[in-house]
Design a binder for this molecule. Structure first.
Ligand SMILES: Cc1cc2nc3c(=O)[nH]c(=O)nc-3n(C[C@H](O)[C@H](O)[C@H](O)COP(=O)(O)OP(=O)(O)OC[C@H]3O[C@@H](n4cnc5c(N)ncnc54)[C@H](O)[C@@H]3O)c2cc1C
Length: 469
């Protein structure tokens, strides 16, 4: 049952899931399918978390539907349903344009190999060795090597190659050259498998299909329901508080940020000191800025590619990408083929961003920086669509503060935490029996594919726990 508020919920469940990001939705679905009673609580009026969309003047803007790896096909078939799987389609024109190179690619191993051999003059043997090395990286590997060291090992001094290999992954999971190479290798290899994919019909269509399946599987869903507290008694989970409404549960799965879960929802007084010492080392990942551009109903734009990684910065640097005034951005182009029933064109520009840069501004400075960001974005877009300004009838910007407001995540993080957060998320139930965490952590478990797969892993843990009590 889909309820508008907490009033529709029962008093007791096997599992309460806090938050309806892709991780929370997937855990809820798996647990309901396994026969458990599940309540899903979402503070927002819309499900999906960062997998979200909004409507303005007849436009539908997708916030995080820019591209995911082919692995989503299998994941959606196995853990959701065939209709969802069948809506996944490839984005074939991925464009790079920067002072070091301009090219179009399908962003898969075969095409990248040919580009690296023919344009960048790298030997076939080195490329094979590099691809095989990153493809064999796994979670249990030694994590001491950084991505910078990995690139220097295979392509010493070739910052043009580093840029080609790294720029899209920085946008895809917020990782930098100084993060462990594994956070790069796993995501990069996932994409190189078969390229970049999207969801035909848009995010609204996907989340609608997921909500239907949840309801069919018996999940109770309450929107506009912010959990204020996870109730812990005698060292284990008893339920949650939404305002003054207590709901009892054998277990709680929090899809809220890992630090929000520990500090704000559970309360640090309930955790062992050694666990908290580890929590203190967790760094949240960076956030994002976006500019949403709506094209008038009667206008169209030429096909300039699906995903454009553009930059006027001479060299690639993680700091430049994160700078408030970065000269690098990704344009996601949404042609009518994205939503075949909705004959409109939109463009979304995405930049990485830091919460503190935006949070320190007063109201006037904040509005003015947002306007400057929109202006810089249009100057860039005009290089690809010269007459675009006359075609636009909607412009709007989002900053890390916007992401924070909608998801409540610490510092508006787009991709959870750095690598050390994964261990905390995976071991939280050992500190407090019955308390589980799902959602973006450790860079690997983020992005649409990572979040859904992590949802499955956590659902298995919860299922085992409930059966053992
Ligand atoms: C700008 C941007 C672009 C992106 N682009 C891509 C992309 O192209 N491809 C890709 O694969 N990934 C992309 N991502 C990342 C991807 O969207 C996320 O990694 C993924 O959707 C996160 O899922 P999650 O399960 O961690 O939960 P989240 O989406 O973070 O959702 C958490 C949910 O919990 C809710 N919540 C929190 N606290 C409470 C509470 N106390 N009570 C009730 N509810 C609560 C929040 O409201 C939210 O709905 C992008 C992210 C951003 C920000």
């Amino acid at each position: 049952m889909l309820h508008k508020s907490i009033n529709g919920a029962d008093d007791r469940y096997n599992v309460v899931v806090i938050g309806s990001g892709l991780g929370g939705l997937t855990s809820a679905n798996r647990l309901a399918r396994s026969g458990h009673s599940v309540l899903l609580l979402e503070h927002h009026h819309q499900l999906g978390g960062l997998a979200t969309w909004f409507k303005r003047k007849g436009h539908i803007f997708d916030v995080s539907l820019h591209g995911f790896p082919h692995g989503m096909v299998k994941t959606c078939r196995k853990y959701w349903n065939r209709d969802i799987m069948e809506s996944i389609v490839q984005l074939k024109n991925i464009v790079f344009d920067n002072p070091q190179f301009s090219l179009t690619t399908t962003f898969d191993r075969q095409d990248f190999t040919s580009i690296l051999v023919n344009r960048f003059k790298i030997s076939q043997a080195t490329i094979n060795d590099f691809f095989n090395t990153v493809a064999s990286m796994n979670f249990y590997d030694d994590q001491s090597m950084s991505t910078r060291e990995l690139f220097e090992k295979f392509f010493p001094g070739r910052d043009d190659v580093h840029r080609l290999l790294m720029e899209p992954i920085t946008y895809a999971n917020g990782s930098t050259l100084d993060d462990p190479a594994i956070t790069y290798g796993i995501v990069f290899s996932n994409f190189m498998n078969k390229g970049v994919f999207t969801f035909r019909g848009g995010t609204d269509h996907l989340i609608g299909m997921m909500a239907k399946e949840l309801v069919d599987n018996g999940v109770n869903i309450c929107k506009n329901s912010k959990v204020d507290r996870i109730v812990i008694e005698a060292g284990k989970v008893r339920g949650v508080l939404v305002g003054d409404r207590f709901i009892e549960a054998d277990s709680v799965v929090s899809n809220s940020g890992i630090l929000n879960t520990i500090y704000d929802l559970a309360g640090k007084e309930f955790f062992p000191v050694e666990f908290l010492d580890k929590v203190k080392t967790v760094r949240v990942n960076t956030s994002s800025c976006q500019v949403y551009i709506g094209i008038k109903k009667e206008e169209s734009i030429a096909d300039i590619g699906d995903l454009l990684f553009v930059s006027t910065a001479e060299k690639f640097s993680s700091d430049e990408l994160l700078d408030m005034h970065t000269r690098s951005r990704t344009f996601s182009l949404y042609y009518p083929k994205t939503r075949p029933d909705h004959n409109r064109y939109t463009v979304v520009a995405s930049m990485n961003g830091k919460f503190d840069d935006w949070n320190r501004l007063n109201t006037n400075e904040y509005e003015s920086e947002k306007q400057d960001m929109i202006d810089r974005t249009l100057v860039d877009l005009e290089r690809y669509i010269p007459d675009v300004r006359q075609k636009i009838d909607w412009l709007e910007a989002a900053t890390p503060k916007t992401i924070h407001r909608y998801t409540l995540h610490t510092k508006g993080t787009s991709f959870g935490t750095k690598f050390e957060g994964l261990d905390i998320s995976r071991s939280i139930f050992k500190a407090i029996p019955g308390l589980f965490h799902v959602g973006s952590v450790g860079i690997i478990m983020s992005g649409w594919l990572g979040a859904i797969n992590y949802g499955v892993i956590v659902a298995n843990d919860v299922d085992g726990y409930i059966r053992s009590i």
